[in-house]
Design a protein around this ligand. Sequence first.
Ligand SMILES: [Zn+2]
Length: 440
Amino acid sequence: MLKLRDFLHLPQLDHLINQLVQDDGGLVVLAGIEARVVAPEENEAIMPSGLSAIFNILMQEILLAHPLSQAVVSAEERSLAKVPRQISRRVRLLKVEGPGMYAQQIEIAARQRPGLLVIERLNEESAAAAFRAAQSGVRVLVQLDSVLRGPAVVHQILELGVPREHLPALHWILTNQRMAVLCGHCKRPVAQGDDQIEQLRRRYPHLGTAIDTLLAGTVETLKTGQATKKGAGPHANMRFYRAGSCEHCHGTGYQGDMAIFDIFRNDPAEKSFFSQKSLLSLEEYALYLAAEGDLDLDDLLDLENHHLRRTYQMLTTSERRLTETNLALSRKLVELEASNRVLLQRTEVLMSLQDLGQALITSTDLSELAARICRRAGELCGADRVALYFKRTEEGDSGMAEILALRGWDSSFVGQRLDVRQVYDLNEKPRITRCMQTPP
Ligand SMILES: [Zn+2]
């Protein structure tokens, strides 16, 4: 089974996630941006964030922490309720069928008092019902599409129509974002003389303690999470890097990306969300990863812009994909319409031929049959004028022809006889004469 730990790169997160999954109840929000790539291509710069995967694992970990709990999953997609066999009997999917059904489904699910209510997406439809369920004592886990992090996410939740008095039901906000990882082949260490530490302190004053810990400890200490001190003195193993350029990363300086997290827990003793800080902020998380050489120091110093750039890139990529998909669909539609027209035409031809065949078998009236042939021929060719000539074989090749039927011309000409050569070329390959003026 894939564990949340597989996504986490730092031990600092472990005990916080443990607290989160073992919490008694309330609402847990996983905030982040789910990839909007319509049809991912190879070499795509932006890969899916894996938000749903993290969400699914979070659900599993909560269930494992509460062995007697059953989960009800309210989702449009079946895939969200997929769990390993060992807990699959404890998970039930309540499929959301169509728009307008979300809130109702959540109410139904909440009335069953499940140990865990999993809601695929927090939006205008589901938000109020999700908070009511949490308020009534049900443990709720939801995903929220958001570019915000930590307590700022609450602004977005309020905009979804959740009443302020229901906000205390919100216990945890786990934010997941992604950052580009430095190419291991060409990353360049930042010179020791660089005023990197001072820059970091100025940029993120609240990271002072974390920076001090880093200075006192070593990178190994961070990775194992053990308090043993290796190496000696400040700056011993802490080294920041900047992006380089090489053939391995196609000159970009980056290879792939990694998840970074922000963990916020609402303290019920506090009056407001917005005066509270995250237990582990995104900046702090990124600081540890930068100190391990995974992230670019400049990206860390400019985290907001890095995030904005990536979000913008992802949105434009998906917008371009949507446009391309729409264009391809329009082209297909035009092709289909053309095929449909041809098909209709062929059907008409077939029906006309069938009609004529039937008439040939059953009709005893030559002029009625001739009029019908004229009409059908006119319909098939889209012609408003048709003349049907008739040549009797017994009259020989040099014989006469007769106007048998007309459409669009004076019917008094019907029955008139004319030289067959005027309408029928009797050369080696006999064919109908083409006339550019009024036919004879
Ligand atoms: Zn490189």
